[in-house]
Design a protein around this ligand. Structure first.
Ligand code: ZN
Length: 225
């Protein structure tokens, strides 16, 4: 098994030399199960809805500081729900690399579908390569892609793991998300700083105790830091 230092090193290096043999497969809409659809955003309707909400809250939306609020809120929600398009490129694992690859502490933020309030934290995304590998920066793009949607943390965790399974058919997958939910602490159900941890483990990372231990230790060293 690899030492931590060699795995940290992996985290910081891309493999651009493989670009010409890469396989590009855009994320397919039928695989996404998106709650929000960026192609159907109606910005004028959204701005009117924010205006109506302010009115319903008994707020004078024409007051000086609030005139631009519907436009700004609409822009903020569009940013939170519309992911950048990206084409994740995968490569053949020609060197038969067979240690766990982990991108640790990837920051993310998402929108809770129950309250339309933010939850945010870090994702640890790892896999044990089979026939294909992917650039480590792409793992962060995958997290961001699925996070920009109306979400619950558990589904986000599973969607990231499903993507790895589907695109890389690896020998194992491990995804751990740690997040603070503003809908929990704003309403007093939790104290600020309380993190919810969710995980999706597949293949040998789930079934082989040593591999599972190694993966969880890799994520824990960050969590306890
Ligand atoms: Zn919520």
């Amino acid at each position: 098994m690899n030492s931590h230092s060699s795995i940290s090193e992996l985290v910081t290096h891309e493999r651009p030399a493989l670009a010409e043999v890469g396989r590009v497969r855009p994320i397919q809409p039928d695989h996404e199960h998106r709650r929000s659809d960026p192609t159907r955003i109606d910005r004028p309707a959204l701005e009117r809805a924010v205006s109506d909400m302010l009115g319903a809250l008994g707020v004078d939306a024409t007051a000086e500081g609030l005139r631009e609020t519907p436009r700004r809120v609409a822009g903020a929600f569009i940013d939170l729900l519309a992911p950048e398009p990206f084409q994740p490129t995968t490569f053949p694992n020609d060197e038969h690399y067979d240690e766990i690859v982990v991108a640790r502490a990837i920051p993310f933020h998402s929108l809770c579908e129950h309250h339309l309030l933010q939850f945010s934290g870090v994702a640890h995304v790892g896999y044990l390569p089979g026939d294909r590998i992917v650039g480590l920066s792409k793992l962060a793009r995958v997290v961001d892609h699925y996070a920009r949607d109306l979400q619950v943390q558990e589904r986000l965790t599973v969607q990231i793991a499903d993507w790895l399974d589907r695109e890389l058919t690896p020998r194992g997958v491990g995804v751990v998300l740690e997040a603070e939910h503003s809908c929990m602490w704003l309403r007093g159900a939790q104290k600020p700083g309380t993190r919810t941890v969710s995980s999706a483990l597949r293949g040998v990372i789930r079934d082989d105790p040593r591999t599972r231990q190694e993966f969880l230790a890799l994520t824990r060293s960050v969590r306890d830091a």
